[in-house]
Design a protein around this ligand. Structure first.
Ligand SMILES: *[C@@H]1O[C@H](CO)[C@@H](O)[C@H](O)[C@H]1NC(C)=O
Length: 136
């Protein structure tokens, strides 16, 4: 075997290792959507990715729905949800997108649905950030 082939192989292995380390496919992410609408309002929630349909859920006032997954090696993991309740019939949002969220909420991505809008937990700062306004 030529020395140059050996060096080439070594570089390819290094490249693969650093790529895997960047995307961290073993890391588990937990996403949750909390119903804080109040007045006993039920939330209908339906979340899915390209490969996973989590089904339609009824999230009662005060409870939450959550799920765990690993991000794929391509960094394209995306979950979106459709939800509705008495006041807002149909609202869609991206619950997790690796490109947007790998730093913002590395392992814990929490959403809170309230009467005025939706909040997302920023894992970096530890603060709930106002994300969506129903009236806009
Ligand atoms: C909310 O959902 C629960 C469980 O599905 C149901 O028993 C209850 O009647 C619902 N409440 C309202 C206000 O629709």
């Amino acid at each position: 075997m030529h020395a140059s082939t050996l060096v080439g192989n070594f570089l390819v292995i290094l490249l693969i290792l650093s790529f895997c380390n960047f995307v961290r496919p073993d890391d588990n992410v937990h996403v949750s959507v909390k119903n804080r609408l109040g007045s006993g309002k039920n939330l209908t929630l339906h979340c899915q990715s390209k490969d996973n349909d989590l089904g339609e859920q009824i999230v009662e006032d005060g409870s939450e729905f959550g799920w765990d997954f690993s991000v794929n090696v391509w960094g394209s993991t995306l979950f979106y949800c459709d939800m509705g309740w008495v006041d807002v019939q149909d609202f869609s949002f991206v619950a997790y997108y690796f490109q947007r969220d790998y730093a913002r909420c590395e392992s814990q991505c929490s959403w809170l649905v309230s009467g005025e809008g939706m909040y997302g937990l920023n894992g970096e700062s530890g603060f709930w950030e106002f994300a969506y306004n129903w009236s806009s």
